[in-house]
Design a protein around this ligand. Structure first.
Ligand SMILES: CC(=O)N[C@H]1[C@@H](OP(=O)(O)OP(=O)(O)OC[C@H]2O[C@@H](n3ccc(=O)[nH]c3=O)[C@H](O)[C@@H]2O)O[C@H](CO)[C@@H](O)[C@@H]1O[C@H](C)C(=O)N[C@@H](C)C(=O)N[C@H](CCC(=O)O)C(=O)O
Ligand SMILES: Nc1ncnc2c1ncn2[C@@H]1O[C@H](COP(=O)(O)OP(=O)(O)OP(=O)(O)O)[C@@H](O)[C@H]1O
Ligand SMILES: N[C@H](CCC[C@H](N)C(=O)O)C(=O)O
Ligand SMILES: [Mg+2]
Length: 488
């Protein structure tokens, strides 16, 4: 059991009112989760200021309150700790509460606009195959060895994050691979964590609703590398325009990967088709199951990180050769009768969509049509909508605009914003069907023998979020059912 004083180690404190030697049951950053004997941390959020819930937290039994501004009336039963920045403090406090599990694990973080889930998942699978006990924190799911724990975020809040790392350590894990989203860096969800390494995949247009400008988005991503310790490695993609910028101010050991220039980990694509990639990796020829140039980058990142974590080159390449990609990433099925290829992919940014469609173009033998079904999420970056629609129309023969997760927005309005991005001469290729199931059905109806259908944006997701309710929905399942029903 920890006391309040124990968990304040390394926290920059302004004042303490009350007894800091009380024993704490748990930590909560949400008043709704507070139970008797807990410490409540009041964090300023995007929508509300957590400080307004201090009284509610106390009414629910909070024994301690950590805040930036003290309430006017203080309760005698509660110890108040005033700090400069509660978001930052919550990471350090959560680390202390759970005995700083990241300090006893080899924790590798992956950041970038696209590829985080793929890289983290492949590292988890690779290191498991190499005989290590591993943990994974990703958009698709969290994992402690074979045990799956559903994920609510790409990077969880600091209390959940440290609790998960502690569980991983207790279960005997030595290596943990996690995605580090830009929201998490900005909101200090990773404060206090000790990383053994950081990986940068790429940075392109996304999340401008949150970060406002591309420069700010770059600055936030770079902060992850700025804060890595000197004993860690920082591995970057040399072929990304901002690859070196990310490492400009890092204290960590710098390393690079590239498909185009000299780098510490160098790759070359020899073949790229539906059976996978054949690549030269540091002059060794290897076959991989993943498809597409963008996955050649992901594979190089995984390879480089594995070597930097002390693994043997030959063992790594042998094991990596047999590993599959993450669920819902270029996940394809081929129909029995007409050999229609249907691909489910999580492309939800302009760059991801461009890459997936370029990969499909490379796979085409010539006459097949490419039919793309795509939507954009509600309550997210609105500026990517017309761009994604344009990308889809440019690189497909037919496009059906549909709903992704509308969240609190009107699906028809999102689709109209997408349609506005399609140049006049491409309009005849497109149609709009808000109902995602109907849209997929229409794509199958339009498909002839050996055509390729891309269903983009939702990948592994098993639901569609409409007005706060998650309705069961699975792109791959819908494709399978519809193909069967229509006997294609
Ligand atoms: C925009 C964003 O990132 N929001 C995150 C943020 O919420 P917020 O700032 O809106 O919080 P708020 O509602 O203003 O509340 C402020 C504080 O008051 C507390 N509160 C609130 C209500 C109450 O009754 N009692 C109470 O104590 C809240 O717990 C919070 O600490 O802090 C919350 C607690 O950590 C997160 O759950 C929430 O994620 C929301 C649900 C979300 O959708 N986030 C997405 C955008 C996100 O983080 N995505 C990235 C991935 C992106 C990618 O992969 O491309 C991710 O890492 O998942
Ligand atoms: N290295 C890459 N470069 C560009 N696009 C990629 C790359 N890797 C994957 N993609 C594309 O981006 C999509 C999302 O990939 P992945 O889930 O690995 O990324 P992510 O960074 O985890 O995304 P999120 O931010 O949603 O967590 C894939 O389905 C694919 O279309
Ligand atoms: N992690 C990303 C995923 C977007 C996936 C897409 N299906 C959507 O709902 O917009 C986000 O929260 O922005
Ligand atoms: Mg992810």
């Amino acid at each position: 059991m920890k006391t309040l004083r124990d968990i304040l180690y390394n926290v920059s404190i302004q004042s303490i009112q009350g007894n800091a030697d009380i024993t704490l049951q748990a930590l909560a950053i949400d008043s709704r989760a507070v139970k008797t004997g807990d410490a409540f941390i009041a964090v300023k959020g995007v929508h509300v200021d957590g400080h307004v819930y201090i009284d509610k937290a106390i009414a629910q039994g909070a024994a301690a309150v950590i805040c930036e501004t003290l309430p006017e009336n203080l309760s005698e039963q509660v110890c108040y700790v005033q700090v400069n920045n509660t978001a930052l403090a919550s990471g350090i406090i959560a680390g202390n509460f759970y005995d700083n599990p990241s300090h006893q694990l080899q924790l590798t973080g992956v950041t970038g606009t696209n590829g985080k889930t793929t890289i983290a998942t492949m590292l988890f699978r690779l290191f498991t195959r190499l005989g290590h006990h591993c943990g994974l924190l990703s958009t698709v799911q969290n994992q402690i060895g074979d045990t799956v724990i559903p994920a609510t975020h790409t990077t969880p809040d600091p209390v959940s994050l440290n609790a998960l790392l502690a569980q991983m350590l207790a279960a005997g894990c030595t290596h943990v691979f996690m995605e580090v989203s830009s929201h998490a860096i900005h909101q200090q969800r990773i404060a206090g964590l000790k990383f053994a390494g950081g990986i940068f995949s790429n940075i392109t247009h996304d999340h401008l609703d949150y970060h406002h400008t591309f420069d700010e988005y770059i600055r936030v991503k770079k902060a992850f590398f700025d804060n890595l310790p000197s004993g860690a490695f920082a591995l970057t993609n040399l072929d990304d325009k901002r690859g070196m910028v990310m490492l400009q101010n890092t204290k960590a050991r710098k390393a690079t990967y590239s498909l185009r220039t000299l780098a510490d980990y160098k790759g070359k694509i020899l073949e790229n088709n539906l059976t996978g990639l054949i690549m030269l990796v540091d002059d060794i020829e290897v076959h991989f199951r993943l498809i597409g140039e963008f996955n050649a980058y992901n594979l190089l990142a995984v390879y480089g990180a594995a070597i930097l974590l002390g693994e043997d080159k030959a063992h790594v390449l042998q094991a990596l050769s047999d590993i599959q990609g993450a669920e819902g990433r270029f996940d394809y099925i081929v129909s029995d009768r007409e050999q229609i290829i249907a691909i489910v992919d999580y492309a939800h940014t302009p760059d991801a969509l461009k890459n997936v469609l370029a990969t499909i173009k490379n796979l085409r033998k010539g006459i097949e049509q490419v039919i793309t079904v795509v939507g954009c999420g509600g309550d997210r970056d609105t500026t990517k909508r017309p761009i994604m629609a344009d990308v889809a129309a440019e690189s497909s023969d037919r496009v059906i605009f549909t709903s992704d997760n509308p969240r609190t927005e009107d699906p028809a309005a999102i689709i109209r914003e997408m349609e506005a991005g399609v140049p006049v001469h491409l309009k005849k290729k497109t149609l709009s069907i808000a109902d995602r199931k109907e849209a997929i059905k229409t794509a199958i109806t339009l498909a002839n023998k050996e055509d390729i259908i891309l269903v983009a944006g939702k990948g592994h997701e098993k639901y569609q979020e409409i007005n706060g309710v998650k309705h069961p929905f699975d792109d791959k399942q819908v494709l399978l059912e519809m193909m069967k029903m229509m006997d294609k």
